[in-house]
Design a protein around this ligand. Structure first.
Ligand code: F6P
Length: 191
């Protein structure tokens, strides 16, 4: 059996403001999650633990205290919201009502102008999934949309379900895989 851990980054300053995308720092609460995550993994002494993050500040800050080597992988960056980067959903609805409606009608395939769709993410994470097959005791710290696609793959979700999967903040999802069987454990850290 192989073990993989997945987590979103700790709460960011953009999460607090309800803004999407960007490259914000962790909020005070997000920093508390980073500390709790470090305590969790440093105490667990996982053999040969290593970490993959995205290139964003918030995922790197989330793993900074963990005693393990980490690598930043561009394919783990959050969905690129193109012209809508940095907006809240309310502002989007206000400034781009047609885009907002289209996204609502087909969230899986909808591509932001100058940005990406969930289908685009599914394509760009394929090499990551192949690479994952060769790994063990790996912690992946990424973002909501990308984790929906990664976890959805392991959980055999239908593509149309992916954009709606619940992947909460401040939670470790531990997957143990052997062959085609995957066991999932949800670890909520108290912060
Ligand atoms: O709000 C956090 C976030 O990671 C955004 O950066 C991203 O655009 C969004 O979630 C993806 O979630 P949804 O597809 O539900 O808008």
């Amino acid at each position: 059996p192989k073990t993989f851990y997945f987590s979103r980054h700790g709460e960011s300053e953009f999460n607090v403001l309800g803004r999407i995308g960007g490259d914000a720092d962790l909020s005070p609460r997000g920093r508390m999650y980073a500390a709790a995550l470090a305590r969790h993994f440093n105490e667990a002494e996982v053999h040969d633990l290593h970490i993959w993050t995205s290139e964003k500040r918030r995922t790197k800050q989330t793993v900074a205290g963990i005693n393990a080597t980490s690598e930043a992988i561009p394919a783990l960056n959050e969905l690129d919201a193109g012209v809508c980067e940095g907006y809240s959903y309310e502002e989007m609805q206000d400034k781009f009502p047609q885009e907002f409606a289209w996204r609502d009608q087909d969230k899986l395939r909808y591509r932001y102008p100058w940005g990406e769709s969930y289908v685009d993410i599914m394509h760009r994470i394929r090499p990551v999934l192949l690479e994952l097959e060769r790994e063990d005791n790996l912690l992946v710290v990424s973002h909501q949309a990308v984790l929906r696609c990664l976890l959805g793959y392991f959980m055999n979700k239908k593509p149309d379900e992916l954009p709606y999967m619940n992947v909460p903040l401040h939670t470790i999802i531990k997957l143990t895989t052997s062959g085609y069987k995957t066991h999932m454990e949800v670890i909520k850290l108290n912060i």
